[in-house]
Design a protein around this ligand. Structure first.
Ligand SMILES: NC(=O)c1ccc[n+]([C@@H]2O[C@H](COP(=O)([O-])OP(=O)(O)OC[C@H]3O[C@@H](n4cnc5c(N)ncnc54)[C@H](OP(=O)(O)O)[C@@H]3O)[C@@H](O)[C@H]2O)c1
Ligand SMILES: *[C@@H]1O[C@H](CO)[C@@H](O)[C@H](O)[C@H]1NC(C)=O
Ligand SMILES: *[C@@H]1O[C@H](CO)[C@@H](O)[C@H](O)[C@H]1NC(C)=O
Ligand SMILES: CC(=O)N[C@H]1CO[C@H](CO)[C@@H](O)[C@@H]1O
Length: 352
């Protein structure tokens, strides 16, 4: 009898799921989303970019395996669990980028992987090898190995604009940022370990892809700003937030472009879904000197003590995100990014 009920329940459920899948196809089929229910993994799902990506993937019907570093820490999990669709389609996994076994469990059963996790520390650190290079580089190799072993079809890796443009000798006539690589020797002289970690991690990803035949696509965001989902601020939003307290801290020698969290998340999804996407993708709405961005913020918010920074002397490159625009991305303009970032910081009490 119990068996019979379960069996009947199974038929009814299958039929309902069938109807639901038909319904989904009819509403979203035009946008090329043949992905309903597809399972994907987001490493670093708890972070500021990661949680935006998890949000948009859930919105699009994916089932998401999101990784966090500590499942017992509510500041890493609560904001994810309260996303729409999380109750039925989100699973959290605890990983350490240096623990291969933990990554295998998170990636198991996934069609795609978004490798977002990497230490995002732009200030000086006492032990760059341990704090930045190892988790970035070995972590990337661990994630790609697990993806390859698990039969994942495509991996999207979050690199950075800082893997492209951190260099004193960028020629003025560069057309495609995707051709530029950060100058490692120069960064070593200056102690710029974060750009080094991102550059070497991205190179390791390309080497792995070529040697092992894994399909890898890369997104290279500039400075990412906008509404924050987790309770803590990441490095880029902390730098931004500190401006409102009069901080004159400025990232040295870092060519800057600016982009909204949502657009970075969308870029990841576009390059995952559109199989014609290949290679690297600069992801910025606009590029300007940091001092010019700060001047714009000061102009928009005269009631705060936003400082004027001295003019920096980066060359006048005009780099665009043409590849992502060709894939259909329409970037949120920098003024709106600033406004949404400020609203979010106010509502969370980071600036008053
Ligand atoms: N923000 C930007 O302006 C910007 C620009 C270009 C590229 N990126 C890249 O975007 C990615 C996400 O950065 P974000 O800005 O969103 O920073 P974030 O909020 O600090 O996110 C970093 C994520 O990586 C995870 N992580 C760090 N070390 C780990 C380890 N050893 N094992 C497992 N997980 C680890 C963190 O987990 P916990 O939350 O548990 O600590 C967190 O989820 C990074 O790859 C970063 O380099 C950021
Ligand atoms: C940055 O500032 C320098 C010096 O004022 C200027 O020559 C250059 O065009 C600026 N770069 C950008 C991308 O705005
Ligand atoms: C995929 O990207 C190409 C450009 O690279 C674009 O022409 C095409 O329309 C995109 N396909 C979809 C389904 O959006
Ligand atoms: C520098 C810094 O504070 N980074 C934090 C950014 O936000 C993520 C997610 O909440 C934290 O894990 C980082 O420690």
């Amino acid at each position: 009898m119990i068996f019979g009920q379960t069996w009947l329940g199974g038929i009814v459920t299958s039929f309902l799921l069938f109807l639901l899948s038909k319904f989904h196809t009819s509403v979203s089929g035009e946008s090329g989303m043949a992905t309903e229910g597809e399972v994907v993994c987001v490493t670093g799902g708890s972070g500021c970019i990661g949680s935006w990506l998890v949000r948009l993937l859930l919105d699009r019907g994916y089932t998401v395996h999101a990784t966090v570093q500590d499942l017992k820490d509510e500041s890493e999990t609560k904001h994810l669990e309260s996303l729409e669709g999380a109750e039925t389609r989100l699973r959290l996994f605890q990983i350490d980028l240096l623990d291969y076994g933990s990554i295998v469990s998170a990636v198991k059963g996934c069609a795609g992987v978004f490798h977002v996790a990497s230490p995002n520390i732009i200030h000086q650190v006492p032990d760059p090898q341990k704090q930045l290079l190892d988790p970035a580089i070995k972590g990337t190799i661990n994630v790609l190995t697990a993806a390859k072993e698990g039969g994942v079809t495509r991996v999207v890796v979050t690199s950075s604009m800082m893997a492209m443009t951190t260099s004193p000798n960028l020629p003025d006539d560069i057309v495609e940022a995707e051709d530029c690589w950060t100058d490692i020797e120069y960064c070593k002289q200056k102690g710029l370990w974060y750009p080094i970690s991102k550059t070497l991690a991205e190179k390791a990803a390309w080497d792995f892809s070529k040697e092992k035949g894994l399909d890898v696509v890369v997104v290279n965001p500039g400075m990412v700003l906008g509404p924050v989902i987790p309770p803590r601020l990441n490095a880029s939003m902390l730098l931004f937030s500190n401006l409102f307290q009069g901080s004159t801290e400025a990232p040295e020698d870092l060519f800057m472009g600016y982009v909204h969290f949502k657009d970075v998340a969308l870029a990841h999804i576009l390059v995952y879904e559109n199989k014609s996407a290949t290679g690297r993708h600069l992801c910025v709405d606009s590029v300007s000197n940091y001092s010019d961005l700060v001047a714009k913020i000061a102009e928009l918010y005269p009631e705060y003590k936003v400082p004027r920074l001295p003019k920096d002397t980066q060359p006048g490159l005009t780099l665009g995100s043409k590849k992502l625009m060709d894939l259909g991305l329409q970037f949120i303009p920098v003024e709106q990014i600033i406004k949404e970032a400020v609203e979010s910081l106010k509502s969370k009490g980071f600036i008053s």
